[in-house]
Write a protein that binds this ligand. Structure first.
Ligand code: CA
Length: 449
């Protein structure tokens, strides 16, 4: 049997992904919901009406299914029960640390419980196991021990490179090695959040010495993050054919960046305080399994060097790409006052990444470095060829020289205090039910000196 046929067969055997599958939860049947029964993303929530304890839930339509409450009701057995018990704390790390077969067992059981024929099971339990999303606060779903940010969009690398090296924008290593840096895990949070404008050292080209001032070039970067499931032992790299088993699920990432601080500090060791003040992620984690229908072949142009063998596999070539669409919108304080909708600045796609997530994870461990459950690996800014797909203001406004005009008539080179940045993500494909990531949201607050 040809691999493609085998893949279709394997996929058709996964009934949780069947586009015809329906849920008895009415809001999950809304064609516009990001959370139909085919998605089932995880989040950590607490109720806003009294019980503030953090719990793990699965998004379904406009509701959250409380996994611990379902376990208490006796809805799980076998591997699904083991996985559900790993969801009794207030982070997803214990679930992530299990082997993928446990993730799959829990997803399949939850999908079955929410499918149309199973409503009777919930008759007297609905109020105990469901909570409306509008009645909860969502929290950081994972204890993130390590955060690595890559640079895997070649269009972003070209756009940024052109600003500093117009004649030679791409550095010679780019097409051979995934570029990344170690980010700061402690300042990763999930929104909606207030981002305090950072102070930092800034030196303009015509100044002799730097000043310590609030950043005047605050920016966002739209990225996709992947959470590591099982880790690897120190000294034991993950080979590319096993990389998929370590990818638990995905979220949206806003890598807030202070461009003026970055310009002065980044040589020779890369970004530091220009990035470490805040990173926002979307609070829902969309699992790798939910994204199966949206995987696509990974291919390079014939003119580009083929990746080295340790970054090459049949599976990666056939379906290494996760075809996730992202968009970024800005809403200023005045737009909120005047009730103007957020202005969509860009729409991009993970299809344009030069490296796949499997390659990023494999490369990360290739020197023996150990990853641990809940580590966050981010793609780097997602930008495509056209300006309407560029994922940072640095690119869109060419470092502020070509400002953006908002519907309120305000102009933006970089972000102003009160600006809200909203990122959304979704996957759509003919023959599959569309699924979404929810929002990654943050508002810029004035610097405090
Ligand atoms: Ca970044």
């Amino acid at each position: 049997m040809l691999p493609r046929q085998l893949f279709r067969l394997k996929r058709s055997m996964n009934e949780t992904l069947d586009p015809q599958l329906e849920s008895w939860v009415p809001s999950a049947q809304d064609p516009a919901t990001p959370f139909p029964i085919q998605n089932l993303p995880y989040a950590v929530f607490s109720r806003t009406d009294g019980d503030a304890a953090r719990r793990i839930g699965v998004g379904i339509g406009a509701e959250i299914l409380d996994i611990r409450a379902c376990a208490d009701a006796g809805f799980f057995e076998g591997e699904a029960l083991t996985a559900a018990r790993a969801c009794s704390g207030d982070t997803l790390n214990p679930l992530m640390a299990l082997e993928p077969r446990y993730w799959r067992a829990l997803r399949h059981r939850v999908s079955h419980l929410l499918s149309i024929a199973q409503k009777h099971l919930f008759s007297s339990l609905e109020s105990q196991v469901f909570v409306r999303q509008k009645d909860v606060r969502l929290h950081l779903p994972v204890e993130i021990h390590n955060y690595t940010d890559f640079y895997s969009s070649i269009h972003h690398a070209m756009n940024v490179g052109k600003l500093v090296r117009p004649d030679n924008p791409l550095l010679p290593n780019y097409k051979h090695i995934p570029i990344g840096y170690h980010g700061r895990a402690s300042s990763v949070h999930s929104g909606p959040m207030t981002i305090r404008r950072p102070f930092g050292q800034v030196k303009a080209a015509d100044q002799e010495v730097p000043q310590f001032v609030p950043s005047r070039a605050l920016d966002y970067e739209v990225e996709i993050g992947v959470f590591v499931g099982q880790g690897n032992e120190l000294g034991r790299p993950v080979t590319i054919d096993r990389a998929g088993d370590h990818l638990f699920g995905f979220c949206l990432v806003n890598d807030w960046s202070a461009r003026d601080i970055q310009t002065w500090e980044y040589q020779p060791l890369g970004p530091f305080l220009a990035k470490s003040f805040a990173t926002t992620i979307s609070p829902w984690i969309v699992t790798s399994e939910a994204l199966e229908p949206f995987r696509a072949p990974f291919a390079r142009s014939d003119e580009d060097p083929a990746p080295l063998p340790y970054l090459t596999s049949k599976e990666n070539s056939e379906r290494g790409v996760y075809s996730i669409q992202v968009e970024t919108a800005i809403r200023s304080a005045r737009m909120r006052e005047e009730n103007i909708d957020p202005y969509v600045v860009s729409k991009g796609s993970a299809d344009s990444m030069y490296w796949t997530f499997a390659q990023l994870l494999t490369h990360h461990t290739s020197n023996g470095c150990n990853l641990v459950p809940g580590d966050l690996l981010a793609s780097g800014t997602i930008s495509g060829v056209e300006r309407c797909s560029w994922g940072s203001l640095l690119e869109v406004t060419r470092r502020g020289q070509d400002p953006l005009e908002l519907p309120s008539g305000e102009r933006r080179g970089f972000l102003e205090d009160g600006d809200e940045v909203i990122m959304r993500g979704w996957c759509r494909r003919e023959g599959a039910r569309s699924i979404g990531f929810g929002e990654c949201q943050g508002i810029v607050a004035p610097a405090v000196g």
